[in-house]
Design a binder for this molecule. Sequence first.
Ligand SMILES: Nc1ccn([C@@H]2O[C@H](COP(=O)(O)O)[C@@H](O)[C@H]2O)c(=O)n1
Ligand SMILES: C[C@@]1(CO)OP(=O)(O)OP(=O)(O)OC[C@H]1O
Length: 163
Amino acid sequence: MRTGCGFDVHRLVPGRRLVLGGVEIPYSLGLAGHSDADVLLHALADALLGAAALGDIGRHFPPGDPRYKDADSLVLLQEVYRMVRQAGYRLGNADTIIIAEQPKLAPFIDSMRERIARALEVHKGQISIKATTTEGLGFTGRGEGIAAQASVLLLDSDEHPGL
Ligand SMILES: Nc1ccn([C@@H]2O[C@H](COP(=O)(O)O)[C@@H](O)[C@H]2O)c(=O)n1
Ligand SMILES: C[C@@]1(CO)OP(=O)(O)OP(=O)(O)OC[C@H]1O
């Protein structure tokens, strides 16, 4: 049994799509990045890699590499989980939080959980996503960017999930 944590931040800018947890969210601003800048999936990918001691997302998908221009982070997450499985682990559960003053994310949380669960071929109950503001404080509070944190529990491949 192993645990991992992940954290990521992307800047909010005009003229970009806002994609969180693999779901496009209607908003006047989007997240800047080389990939689709899905901050939640990047934090989750880092947590999975960390739990298996496989480095971090930038080691496997170097920032600026033309192969990852506008990359779908759900596909990168699938590749990360393939590596985790290859290393002899599988997901127990993931708990995540998106830190964003705007937009209101509650209506999209269930779709994000479904998309991630389907992509990883796990049960939706293994994926938790929460959202919080920072009450107007800091860069997230000023709406300059969105942050996300993730923690995961990995089980040995032959271990009973207990779920
Ligand atoms: N971008 C967000 C932020 C928060 N929520 C929901 O609102 C609840 C209260 O947030 P506080 O930061 O005021 O504690 C939070 O628990 C989320 O359910 C949201 O939907 N979108
Ligand atoms: C997946 C990558 C690929 O460029 O996405 P970016 O959009 O650059 O996002 P960041 O979280 O800064 O770094 C992770 C990168 O490896």
